[in-house]
Design a protein around this ligand. Sequence first.
Ligand code: ATP
Ligand code: MG
Length: 316
Amino acid sequence: MAASLEGSSGVRTRGLTRRFGHVLAVDHLDLDVAAGEIFGLVGPDGAGKTTTLRMIAGVIAPTEGAAEVLGLDVVRDGNRVRRRVGYVAQRFALYGDLTVAENIRFFADVYGLARGEWTAWAADILAFSGLTEFQGRLADNLSGGMRQKLALSCALIHRPQVLVLDEPTAGVDPVSRRDLWRILYRLQADGYTILLSTAYMDEAERCHRVGLLAGGRLVSAGTPDELRMGLPQTILEISLVEPSAADLRLARDLALQTPVARGAQLFGDRLHVIVTSPPDGEAVIRAISARLRVNQAAPITPTLEDVFLAARAPSP
Ligand SMILES: Nc1ncnc2c1ncn2[C@@H]1O[C@H](COP(=O)(O)OP(=O)(O)OP(=O)(O)O)[C@@H](O)[C@H]1O
Ligand SMILES: [Mg+2]
């Protein structure tokens, strides 16, 4: 499979910028993905994840700045970059009226691969993607999870070294999501560099490193632990006595109405409130206690979701 490039750069961007008319989709992004790691880009809708990945995959050109894949410039060495990158777009175009095997063959043809070069490899890919027994099925008749596995398989056919995957598990059921992650870990263990975007925080936790993108800018980057530990604000976790759904929403609104709250989010039956320091939390607890019965309230180690929310919250 792919050669190991430990310690070297998988993907590197400097001042990477893309405008669409007056929209600044990606704003001077400096991103470093080490060769051989799984790096996750997370960010709200419109944060610039897709635009960033498209520039790195050599699908669209930057307006300004540069991106390198395995040391190759995506503009100057575009063709060499595209040969080394397997890109799965957010709305990846599979051919619905072609079977699984025919789709793979189609992509082998697109890359100009000779038959001898890819058939054994395709069998390997189908086997570890769990698609062998579905080779004859039309892509239109696959489940969401199987479609994503097929998209990934097609992106692997030219033996790339770097995978660029735009929300590869969006709309996929939890079991298939786990399967897909098993495949990604297997590819990473074989030396692939994987850069993906995801809307799921539990998936961000599975990445070696994560970059938080907002408004086209990299707000922070690091291992999930580094991001959690590096959060300057305090996360206060509050639970109520036998709350209804309406009570929980009211608690969140009451928290947000206090001037010290920088953000608040419900996690099942618990409320997380971002405050600048623990004493500020007292005002939040008082505001909620005035209307509802508080069970417990204490500062906690932030989750990645908290970090993400804090990154989007207005600064004090
Ligand atoms: N081809 C385009 N023409 C005009 N504007 C665009 C184009 N592509 C993206 N944009 C704009 O650029 C910004 C970033 O979009 P992008 O698709 O990169 O975000 P995203 O983080 O991938 O969002 P999502 O989570 O919804 O996929 C948005 O404001 C979007 O409307
Ligand atoms: Mg997108």
